[in-house]
Design a protein around this ligand. Structure first.
Ligand SMILES: NC(=O)c1ccc[n+]([C@@H]2O[C@H](COP(=O)([O-])OP(=O)(O)OC[C@H]3O[C@@H](n4cnc5c(N)ncnc54)[C@H](O)[C@@H]3O)[C@@H](O)[C@H]2O)c1
Length: 273
């Protein structure tokens, strides 16, 4: 039976393993976020900065990325923009060597950059398919390939791949090339988690439903399509950027220490039925 004394001992033990304060959870951590200039990537950067991380925003969009990093630095955060085209091997190599010069290592890699060419399978050309694959699949593959050695050398790390509900279901409103790529990302996550867990490297995917970012803004201007997207969500609202970013924080932080290889829908229940 518990008495007050036992409870206080228990509480002490719990406090030892599960710190009460949730502030500055990433204080000593260094993170690289691809597609960090805007949208979901920038939201993750903001939350990671809030928790004290050193953050690299890696993106092809120099102008927006530089302004985003400046905004974070002006708020007192340690944020740097770095040019990266995730689909180019040489670009990853350059970022890795910059990283090795400037940092003690890399704790968190968020493979977030992604594109969508909104054409169904019958209309999409082979060249467009190659572009979708280059950014959405080859990008995360190369990122993991080049940054794993750094994580291995330092004794661990957390890799987060931004998949989608389309990486779980054959989403009715989404082009086949996108669901195919996001499905591949979901399983890439699991194979990396399986092989590299022994190095204390965790690899997980986040699978959001529609969130209002530049990626979908054009599409959502169509009231019909907006209605369709809202109609599929049991919670009745689009995914918030903060909803997705807080999930990334969980997977990146100590709290997610034993989570490896999961497919985490942040989707208000879209994939629940
Ligand atoms: N917005 C949604 O509804 C939604 C839902 C599920 C999953 N996702 C996924 O989340 C991720 C982020 O999406 P978002 O909505 O924030 O998109 P976004 O278009 O707002 O931002 C994507 C960022 O990626 C960058 N980028 C594009 N190609 C790149 C490349 N080759 N190299 C480096 N950076 C590149 C862009 O410049 C941009 O800053 C994507 O992988 C997307 O597929 C988005």
């Amino acid at each position: 039976m518990f008495n007050a004394n036992t409870k206080s001992h228990l509480q002490k033990a719990l406090n030892h393993h599960f710190p009460v304060s949730k502030n500055m959870r990433l204080k000593t951590r260094c993170a690289l976020i691809t597609g960090g200039a805007q949208g979901i990537g920038f939201a993750i950067a903001q939350i990671f900065c809030r928790e004290g991380a050193t953050v690299y925003l890696a993106d092809v969009n120099k102008e927006v990325g530089t302004a985003a990093a400046l905004k974070l630095r002006e708020a007192g955060s340690k944020a740097t923009f770095v040019y990266l085209d995730v689909s180019e091997d040489v670009s990853w190599k350059q970022v890795c060597s910059q990283f090795q010069k400037e940092t003690d290592g890399l704790d968190i890699l968020v493979n977030n950059a992604g594109i969508n060419i909104r054409k169904v399978i019958e209309e999409m050309s082979a060249e467009e398919l190659d572009m979708m694959y280059a950014v959405n699949i080859k990008g995360p593959f190369l990122g993991i390939k080049h940054l794993l050695p750094i994580m291995k050398a330092q004794g661990g790390g957390s890799i987060i791949n931004m998949s989608s509900v389309c990486g779980i279901i054959g989403h009715l409103y989404t082009p086949e090339a996108y669901t195919m790529a996001k499905g591949a990302l979901t399983t890439l996550t699991k194979s990396v988690a399986s092989r590299y867990g022994k190095y204390n490297i965790r690899c997980n995917s986040i699978n959001p439903s529609t969130a209002d970012t530049p990626l979908v803004q054009e599409m959502l201007k169509n009231p019909e399509w907006r209605k369709e997207r809202l109609g599929e969500v049991p919670l009745g609202r689009m995914a918030g950027l903060q909803d997705i970013a807080e999930a990334a924080l969980y997977l990146a932080s100590e709290e997610g220490n034993y989570i490896n290889g999961i497919t985490l829908p942040v989707d208000g229940g879209v994939t629940a039925y």
